[in-house]
Ligand binder design. Sequence first.
Ligand code: UDP
Length: 239
Amino acid sequence: MSDLKYKRIVLKLSGEALAGDEGFGINPPVIKKIAQEIKNVYELGIQIAIVVGGGNMWRGVAGSKMGMERTQADYIGMLATVMNGLALQENLESLGVPTRVQTSIEMRQIAEPYIRRKAVRHLEKNRVVIFSGGTGNPFFSTDTTAALRAAEVHADAILMAKNGVDGIYSADPNQDPDAVKFDELTQMDIINKNLKVMDTTASSLSMDNDIPLVVFNLNESGNIEKVVKGEKIGTTVKG
Ligand code: UDP
């Protein structure tokens, strides 16, 4: 355990991470590979909580742009995160990793309700806890959920897994050849420079609670492990 920098982490997986090249839905080989990566880190003795997004199926903002009532559209998004959470659970358990899904909106037939003390107990017993349903409130994001749950369970860091991008850049590296990568930042830098990392609610919550954030590329095998061992990859954002 001694070579580990972070012992209890919140891993933020966007819905898109599960979609693969199609960009929509759940891609079975892709989610299987992610589950294997998580298992490798789990076997190091890390306590892992996962906050999963839903953007591979639905985003509330997109629904409201089509004329839907925003809160209703957001509830659909929250339900999408539950589908992703269940798929992740299935894949992790098929690899022998014990898990619990907790939802912020009760659906007792399929998952536990979110109870902070229970979540912490699961982590102590080395069960991977998957937080689904976002915060349970419209107008929020799963990035904010990650910041909130990380504060609640006293995680050492939030690991934000990105799809193909290896950290935070001054501009979108796929569109701007002059974009430069930052090795270290503060949450205040993110807010001031308006960097598209997480929404400002999530940034300010992480800042207020002094929780470090590491943004890294999920598509390279072994990266979650490198982050928990303190290797300098991606971008580290101080709380
Ligand atoms: N959502 C919400 N409240 C929350 C978290 C999520 O209303 O606390 C809804 C919102 O509509 C959002 C959708 O769920 O667009 C999917 O979450 P998110 O966009 O954060 O997923 P990601 O981009 O990480 O895949």
